[in-house]
Design a protein around this ligand. Structure first.
Ligand code: NAD
Length: 497
């Protein structure tokens, strides 16, 4: 294919200085549908420079005008989200309804950012000292970079850019090279909404492009989402270069099912959270921890439901799409093989699925594995596929210990009808996002999204007030008016009086 998916700078496409590119595929057919430009450091510098040039004017535009553009973007997105969901499905593989779901969750953050005026108000104290007033204001940082993963090509960038832009920053988005077209669609939408040139830019590419963002002194902050090793690398390099960094990493989310839980509700929830988006969600449940004697009954309920899932092309009438690439599909299969070899029991095997899609699609059906132990790679590693592992325990304490000793700390869920147990779990569990009878507890936009431990490097979560905090810095101003006597010379430290 000759189509090259370009960069976006100053509200126009930019093909880049070099001819390097990589293939983009439709995971449901295996066909190469285009190629995406791989930016080098010259490309990255040109795009960062544009964001730096645009910053002073954008920062000085009134809040009223900035938020009017945010409202325009929200209206256009809401009206045309079906175009974006088709693009996501064609490059990521997730089913259309799921693609629409991620856009809706991203749109929530745009709506939150439309009300940013309230959150950008500083404080004011009259007469903090005699005839001296004190106030604070929140100012943008400058050009900021967003580096996003393949699994949410629209929602994850939208966790950050609406707030960054609303607060007066300019943005360079480096999307995943596996599904880059959503970024360009959103860039065009911004231009249509009236965003001035240089405020929202897209740099296509891989680690070469990222390396320039990590070291370029014009970039003041980095919001990264991806796997834990790269998150750690981005955090280390970005902070060493003096930047503000929030780096969200991988996950291994557990759902603990207590003996008193409604097992039908729990089984339904495990299906949705384990196999939705083919398990390629950072909030997917990948480990079901059964407590006490319910394991056989729960496993049977999950298996019955999982075998009814229709795996196929996300653009057709399917429940679950393919994995994103052939190599990722093969990696997930290798984990299933390793689990089997280590003695786990395959209850439902997705390896030979007959999917409703192309013969060369990257298919793997729902897979349920029982009697998994904590030394197996299928337990220790993030798999990121449609694989649910069952770990059987005898007590709440044993189950809690499992969650708390796991190096990841993104999400965890508890299924129970016991309010006291739920209250204890939410207090004791060492993860950032908790669901009680909710398997995918992704916080709404006005709360913040983020994990603990190896699931997040930095101290600020995404969106909500933490997002506003991340994309602004504070000035404290002390003012004296109407006090003609300056009280003479005094070399002492200024005290309130
Ligand atoms: P990834 O780490 O491979 O890539 C993420 C981004 O980093 C991409 O833009 C990629 O181009 C870039 N990148 C890749 N290798 C790099 C390198 N060596 N140096 C610099 N940049 C590099 O992740 P992915 O496979 O695209 O996404 C899946 C991962 O993201 C999973 O681990 C998942 O749990 C995680 N994720 C986490 C969250 C969260 O909120 N914690 C949300 C979504 C996804």
């Amino acid at each position: 294919m000759s189509t090259v998916i370009p960069h976006w700078v100053n509200n126009a496409e930019f093909v880049g200085h070099n001819s390097a590119s990589t293939a983009v595929t439709n995971p449901a057919t295996g066909a190469v549908t285009g190629r995406v430009a791989l930016g080098d450091s010259d490309d990255a510098r040109k795009i960062v420079d544009a964001a730096a040039v645009a910053f002073p004017a954008w920062r000085d535009i009134s809040l009223a005008k900035r938020t009017a553009i945010l409202f325009n973007f929200r209206e256009l997105l809401n009206a045309r989200k079906h175009e974006l969901s088709s693009i996501i499905t064609s490059e990521h593989g997730k089913v259309l309804s799921d693609a629409l779901g991620e856009i809706n969750r991203g749109q929530e953050v745009v709506e939150f950012a439309c009300g940013i005026a309230h959150l950008l108000k500083g404080g004011f104290t009259e007469n903090a000292s005699t005839k001296v007033d004190a106030h604070s204001s929140l100012q943008p940082l400058g050009p900021v970079a967003i580096i996003s993963p393949f699994n949410f090509p629209a929602m994850v960038p939208m966790w950050f850019f609406p707030i960054a832009i609303a607060a007066g920053n300019t943005v360079v988005l480096k999307p995943s090279e596996k599904d880059p077209s959503a970024s360009l669609w959103m860039a065009r939408l911004w231009a249509e909404a009236g965003l001035p040139p240089g405020v929202f830019n897209v740099l296509q590419g891989d680690r070469t492009a990222v390396d320039e963002l990590l070291t370029n002194s014009a970039i003041k902050a980095i919001s990264f989402v991806g796997s834990t090793p790269i998150a750690q690398h981005v955090y280390t390099c970005g902070t060493a270069a003096g930047k503000r960094v929030q780096a969200l990493g991988g996950a291994k989310n557990h759902a603990v099912i207590l003996p008193d839980a409604d097992l039908d509700l729990a089984a339904d929830a495990m299906i949705n959270a384990g196999f939705g988006s083919a398990g390629e969600r950072c909030m997917a449940i990948s480990v079901v921890v059964t407590v006490g004697p319910i394991a056989d009954e729960l496993v049977a309920k999950i298996a019955e439901r999982a075998s009814a899932i229709k795996t196929g092309d996300g653009a057709l009438d399917s429940d679950m799409g393919p994995l994103v690439t052939q190599s990722h599909r093969d990696k997930v299969v290798a984990y299933i093989e390793a689990g089997e070899a280590a003695g786990a029991k395959i209850v439902l095997d997705g390896r030979d699925i007959k999917a409703d899609g192309g013969a060369d699609g990257f298919w793997l059906g729902p897979t349920l594995i029982d009697h998994v132990s904590t030394d197996m790679s299928i337990y220790t590693d993030e798999i990121f596929g449609p694989v649910l592992a069952i770990v059987r325990t005898n007590s709440y304490d044993q189950a809690l210990d499992l969650v708390n000793t796991n190096p990841f700390g993104n999400g965890a869920a508890l299924f129970t009808n016991d309010g006291g147990a739920a209250r204890r779990f939410q207090n004791e569990v060492q993860v950032g996002m908790i669901g009680i009878n909710v398997a995918i507890p992704v916080p709404v936009a006005y709360y913040s999204f983020g994990g603990w431990k190896a699931s997040l490097f930095g101290d600020t979560h995404a969106h909500g007030v933490e997002g506003v905090h991340f994309f602004t810095r504070t000035k404290a101003i002390t003012t004296r008016w109407l006090d003609p006597s300056h009280r003479g010379i005094n070399l002492g430290f200024p005290e309130s009086g």
